[in-house]
Design a protein around this ligand. Structure first.
Ligand SMILES: Nc1ncnc2c1ncn2[C@@H]1O[C@H](COP(=O)(O)OP(=O)(O)OP(=O)(O)O)[C@@H](O)[C@H]1O
Ligand SMILES: Cc1ncc(C[n+]2csc(CCO)c2C)c(N)n1
Length: 291
């Protein structure tokens, strides 16, 4: 017998925040308000084979300095506990980190930004990059036998199996370079959100971020208006939503149905610091990032 959907008023609330993108607080300032998935979350970083977003060094190295780590743990805890490169993503770290930090010695930067793992079908990582990181102790996981799942999918499976992240409710996976490239790859990356609906995965590019809002929860999205918005979208991918209700947007939905081929919410505008969303189907939330 099919279970009846949970009535909207009985769903637990899931809180989201992009506070992990804020510049690190200065030691003298009081902790940022924080909140959301990154609040006391363990963060894993996945780098894809796309130009590194400008905030890649910030997200990568937050956890390296003990003092900063402590401070951040109290505020928004965006320390990357595990850094995984999806195949050719390793080339992007090797080439891109020195480019993003031009005032610093390239060799020193390269050695500092060492991935923990390179995983994928290994048809894109350059041999010298693989050897360089392997010599520094990076774990290389060759899954060239699997030509049915994407490298991002392989990386998320790897992180999900890692015992450090036994408590999935406390895990936040930030995926760098997921958007703004080849459309088949972008769709594959968004599909991964639907394959792992119970893991908090955030797809990032320089221009926007995307995450899944599972239908099982009411969502409270704390908008960091100094760095994100105002443009946003709510999109049902894969199946229509018979009912979505929102607050905090210029064009709110009120028990409204959405479907591909019918109404979807694009070019919407965030009007309040907090946006709430309840929906009968899983939705994709996307918001612009300010440059
Ligand atoms: N142009 C792109 N746009 C968005 N995501 C990308 C793009 N290129 C790669 N990716 C992401 O980075 C991951 C690793 O990329 P890589 O190029 O190593 O994969 P690949 O399997 O060799 O790709 P393909 O053989 O289809 O070119 C991919 O699984 C995908 O998630
Ligand atoms: C129906 C179908 N379409 C495409 C592929 C190809 N493919 C999908 S993921 C992947 C690995 C990329 O690193 C490859 C080659 C497939 N296997 N099955």
């Amino acid at each position: 017998m099919a279970l009846a959907p949970t009535p909207p008023q009985q769903r637990p609330t899931m809180r989201h925040s992009s506070a992990f993108l804020l510049p690190p607080p200065s030691p003298s300032s009081s902790p940022a308000p924080g909140g959301g998935p990154a609040d006391a979350a363990t963060v894993a970083l996945v780098v894809l084979n796309q130009p590194l977003p400008r905030f890649a060094p910030l997200l990568w190295s937050r956890g390296n300095r003990p003092a900063a780590r402590l401070l951040l743990l109290k505020s928004f805890s965006a320390c990357s506990a595990l850094r995984v490169c999806a195949d050719g993503g390793a080339n992007r770290v090797f080439d891109g980190m020195p480019e993003l930090l031009p005032g610093q010695d390239a060799g020193e930067v390269r050695a500092r930004y060492k991935p923990d793992v390179i995983k994928g079908d290994m048809d894109s990582v350059r041999p010298e990059v693989k050897e360089y990181y392997s010599n520094l102790g990076t774990k290389i996981v060759d899954e060239s036998h699997d030509q049915d799942t994407t490298d991002l999918h392989k990386c998320i499976s790897f992180i999900a199996k890692n015992s450090t992240f036994a408590d999935k409710s406390n895990l936040c996976i930030l995926v760098l370079g997921a958007l703004g490239g080849r459309f088949d790859h972008e769709m594959g990356n968004i599909n991964v959100l639907h394959i792992f609906p119970n893991i908090n995965i955030i797809l990032l590019s320089n221009d926007c971020l995307i995450f899944l809002l599972p239908r099982t929860h009411t969502h409270e999205i704390n908008v960091e208006r100094s760095i994100e918005g105002p443009h946003c979208g709510l999109i049902p991918i894969g199946m229509p939503s018979t009912s979505t209700t929102t607050t905090g947007l210029r064009w709110n939905l009120d028990n409204t149905s959405m479907s591909y081929g019918g109404l979807i919410s694009t070019s919407n505008i965030v009007e309040e610091d907090k946006v709430t969303v309840t929906s009968a189907s899983d939705l994709i939330w996307t918001i612009s990032l300010q440059n």
